[in-house]
Design a protein around this ligand. Structure first.
Ligand code: PXP
Length: 341
């Protein structure tokens, strides 16, 4: 029996679309409930200090309404610690939001912020929250994470994803099929920005987010009964599923991914997964994963959970949230050698 692999769906980018206009829609909580119904094992929300996408009201509704588990991505600040202690998500993933907290690639610098992270980990752990540290695939950062008492690490896959390219990112025949080359540099820059070094100036006013959350609350859950295994998903599911199946092998990697740089990154990532597992840590991973580069990571037996947001939200624009989540879960389970029904 292969070890199970879990999919955490990050719904931040649903809120990003809402905040771009200050409308009451789309609702990240509704998307999350659909994701859960379609096979997600958990929901991730990042409440940023600048409230760029997810708002406090979204998080409160999600904490109350999650049917699986909520993973709160948060900066290592007193404000976020207090919110976490109040809402008690099952998991909290500490992420960098300021340049000074970053290493070169975009994960937390646990070595440098050891004392603060140890205090935060202790406070959250005492409240029953399982703490994960989002770090680069670097043995020194892994050892430091174990030292500060974190039971989980989430390995930053942004560099791997950037080097692997974009062919088949949205499933077989997707328009991103051949854009591998230029993406690596963009993604490297983005990997730091998204997990947070840059501060967005364009977030909608807080009041817009609040009223959005309130007004959609009533209708929340209307469409959550849909399942990714509905026949309406079949063709989409097959197209992504096929490309996912391929992606565990060679055809996922375009020429950029065959580079020595890619091979080095892949070796570093697989070594980091083994190192963290040997240190007794639960090993999660995420950032920049899509329908063609995920299977390769999901196939690693020590990976416990993959947290995926942008690609699923993007795919959902074409096939809907339940199908987009179902496709991703299926390719992960199949890469692990299991069967998904
Ligand atoms: N894990 C962490 C810690 C993140 O910060 C993010 C991005 O918000 C993700 C996973 C998901 O990344 P993506 O949206 O590229 O799938």
């Amino acid at each position: 029996m292969p070890r199970p692999i879990h999919l955490g769906v990050n719904v931040d980018h649903v809120a990003t679309i809402r905040q771009a206009r200050g409308t009451p829609y789309p609702d990240p909580v509704e998307a999350a409930l659909q994701a859960e119904a379609a096979g997600a094992d958990g929901i991730t929300m990042h409440l940023r200090e600048d409230r760029r996408h997810v708002q406090d009201a979204d998080l409160a509704r999600m904490a109350a309404g999650a049917r699986t588990k909520l993973n709160l991505e948060m900066a290592a600040t007193d404000e976020m610690r207090d919110i976490a202690l109040r809402l008690r998500p099952a998991d909290a993933c500490i992420v960098p939001e300021r340049r000074a907290e970053l290493t070169t690639e975009g994960g937390l610098d646990v070595l440098r912020h050891r004392a603060r992270l140890a205090d935060l980990t202790a406070a959250l752990t005492a409240a029953g929250i399982r703490v994960s540290l989002f770090i680069d695939p670097d043995p020194a950062q892994i050892d430091a994470s174990a030292d500060v008492g974190a039971p989980v690490v989430e390995l930053h896959t942004g560099r791997y994803a950037g080097l692997a390219g974009m062919r088949g990112a949205m499933g077989a025949g997707s328009p991103a099929a051949d854009s591998g080359g230029g993406f690596a540099a963009d993604s490297a820059a983005d990997s730091a920005g998204d997990s947070g070094a840059d501060s967005a100036g364009d977030s909608a006013p807080e009041s817009a987010g609040d009223s959005a959350a309130d007004s959609v609350g009533d209708s929340m859950g209307d469409s959550t009964g849909e399942s990714a295994t509905d026949s309406s998903c079949d063709s989409a599911s097959n197209s992504a599923g096929n490309s996912a199946g391929d992606s565990a092998g060679d055809s996922m990697v375009d020429s950029a991914a065959e580079s020595a740089e890619f091979q080095r990154e892949w070796s570093a990532l697989t070594a980091a997964v083994s190192h963290a597992a040997a240190a007794g840590l639960i090993v999660n991973a995420g950032h920049g994963l899509h329908y063609a580069n995920t299977a390769r990571i999901a196939a690693l037996p020590d990976i416990h959970e993959l947290n995926i947001g942008h690609a699923i939200v993007a795919r959902a624009l074409t096939v809907g949230f339940p199908c987009a989540v179902g496709e991703m879960k299926r390719l992960m389970v199949e890469a692990r050698g299991g069967r998904h029904n």
